[in-house]
Design a protein around this ligand. Structure first.
Ligand SMILES: CC(C)(COP(=O)(O)OP(=O)(O)OC[C@H]1O[C@@H](n2cnc3c(N)ncnc32)[C@H](O)[C@@H]1O)[C@@H](O)C(=O)NCCC(=O)NCCS
Ligand SMILES: Nc1ncnc2c1ncn2[C@@H]1O[C@H](COP(=O)(O)OP(=O)(O)OP(=O)(O)O)[C@@H](O)[C@H]1O
Length: 289
C-alpha cells in the first residue's frame, strides 16, 4: 500500500498569505451576515431590529476592525497555539472591540466563534487528512475550551445557572455541530433552490438555527419563554415552506416585526450564521466570493 500524499495547503501557498485569506473570509462572513435581510430581531442594512445601541454601520466598522485580528487567530492556529494563547488573544480582541465602541458588545460571540474557527483553519493547513474545520477545532481545543476559566457574571453565565444553557462555549467545544448539521445544509440546499436570490439561503439558515439552538442572547432578553416563542416562530416559518414559498419575504418580515415587538434578538444565531457562511466559504477556496 502506498502512503497518501500530503494534501496541498487549502489556502494560498505561504503561511502569511493563507492566514490573510482565512481572515478575509471571516470578516467577509460577518459582512454577509449583516447584509442578509430579513433575519428576525437582528441588525441588518435595513434596520436595527431589536437593538437600540448598535446599527449596520457600527457593526460593519467593527467587522473591518476584526479583519486584522482574525489574521492573528489564523497564524496562532498555524503554529498550533495552546488554548491559553488563544484565550489571551480572544480577551485582547474583545477588550479592543469594547473600547472602540464605548463598551457596547458588538461582536463578542463572533470574536469567540470565528476566532476559534480561524485558528482551526490555520491549523488545518498542515493536516494530511482533510477534515471539516469545526471537527479540527473540537479535537484540538474542545477539551481545553470547556476546562478553561469562564466569566462569572456574564449573560452566558446567568443563562447557564438559570436554564442550564451551555451557550457559546459548549457549542465551540462540541465542534459547532449546529453550523455543520443545521446552518450549512440549509444554506447549501436553499442556494441551489434559489440561486438568484442574494438573501434567501442565508435567511433560511438563520431561521433553521433559531428553531434549534439554545441562544443565550434570547434567554437573557426573554427568558425561557422568549426562547420558546422565538423557536416556535422559526419552526412555523420553516414548516410553511420557508424561503421556498413565493411570499417568504412577507412572512419573514412578519416574524421580524414580532421579534422586535417582544425585544427578542437571536445574537448567538447571528454569530452561528456568520460561522456557517465562513465554513461554506473556506470549503470553496478557489471560488471568488
Ligand atoms: C466564550 C465567552 C466569550 C462566552 O461568554 P459567556 O458564556 O459568558 O456568554 P455571553 O453572554 O457573554 O455570550 C457571548 C456571545 O456568544 C453568542 N452566543 C450565544 N448563544 C450562543 C450559542 N448557542 N452558540 C454560539 N454563540 C452563542 C452571543 O453572541 C453572545 O453575545 C467567554 O467564555 C470568554 O470571554 N472567553 C474568553 C475568550 C476566549 O476564550 N477566547 C478564545 C479564543 S477566541
Ligand atoms: N446582525 C446582528 N444583529 C444583532 N446581533 C448580532 C448580529 N450579528 C452578531 N450579533 C451578536 O449578538 C451579540 C450582541 O447581542 P446583544 O446586544 O443582544 O447582547 P448583549 O450586549 O450581551 O446584551 P443586551 O444588549 O441584551 O444587554 C454580539 O455578541 C454579536 O456577536
Amino acid at each position: 500500500m502506498t502512503a497518501a500524499a500530503p494534501a496541498p495547503p487549502a489556502f494560498g501557498t505561504s503561511r502569511p498569505e493563507a492566514s490573510r485569506m482565512i481572515a478575509d473570509r471571516a470578516a467577509d462572513a460577518l459582512l454577509k451576515e449583516l447584509d442578509a435581510w430579513r433575519k428576525p430581531g437582528l441588525v441588518s442594512r435595513i434596520d436595527s431590529g431589536s437593538h437600540n445601541d448598535m446599527d449596520a454601520d457600527l457593526l460593519a466598522t467593527s467587522a473591518e476592525t476584526l479583519r486584522s485580528f482574525f489574521v492573528e487567530f489564523a497564524a496562532a492556529g498555524q503554529h498550533d497555539a495552546p488554548m491559553e494563547e488563544l484565550r489571551e488573544l480572544g480577551l485582547r480582541v474583545e477588550a479592543a472591540m469594547l473600547a472602540a465602541r464605548g463598551g457596547v458588545n458588538m461582536h463578542r460571540g463572533a470574536i469567540f466563534g470565528l476566532g476559534l474557527l480561524c485558528a482551526a483553519a490555520g491549523y488545518m493547513q498542515s493536516a494530511i487528512v482533510p477534515s471539516r474545520v469545526a471537527e479540527v477545532l473540537r479535537r484540538r481545543w474542545g477539551h481545553a475550551i470547556m476546562r478553561g476559566p469562564s466569566p462569572l457574571f456574564s449573560h452566558g453565565a446567568a443563562a447557564l445557572r438559570q436554564h442550564g444553557a451551555g451557550g457559546a462555549r459548549a457549542e465551540a467545544a462540541a465542534g459547532f455541530c449546529s453550523v455543520h448539521e443545521i446552518g450549512l445544509p440549509a444554506l447549501q440546499r436553499d442556494r441551489l433552490l434559489r440561486p438568484d436570490d442574494r438573501d434567501a439561503a442565508a435567511v433560511q439558515a438563520c431561521f433553521a438555527l433559531i428553531a434549534t439552538v439554545q441562544d443565550t442572547n434570547l434567554l437573557h432578553r426573554g427568558g425561557a419563554e422568549g426562547q420558546q416563542i422565538a423557536a416556535a416562530m422559526a419552526e412555523a416559518f420553516l414548516g410553511r415552506g420557508g424561503v421556498g414559498m413565493m411570499d417568504w419575504r412577507e412572512r419573514a418580515a412578519a416574524a421580524h416585526a414580532a421579534f422586535v415587538a417582544l425585544g427578542l434578538s437571536p445574537g448567538g444565531c447571528a454569530d452561528l450564521l456568520a460561522m456557517t457562511l465562513f465554513v461554506d466559504s473556506i470549503s470553496r477556496p478557489g471560488e471568488r466570493q
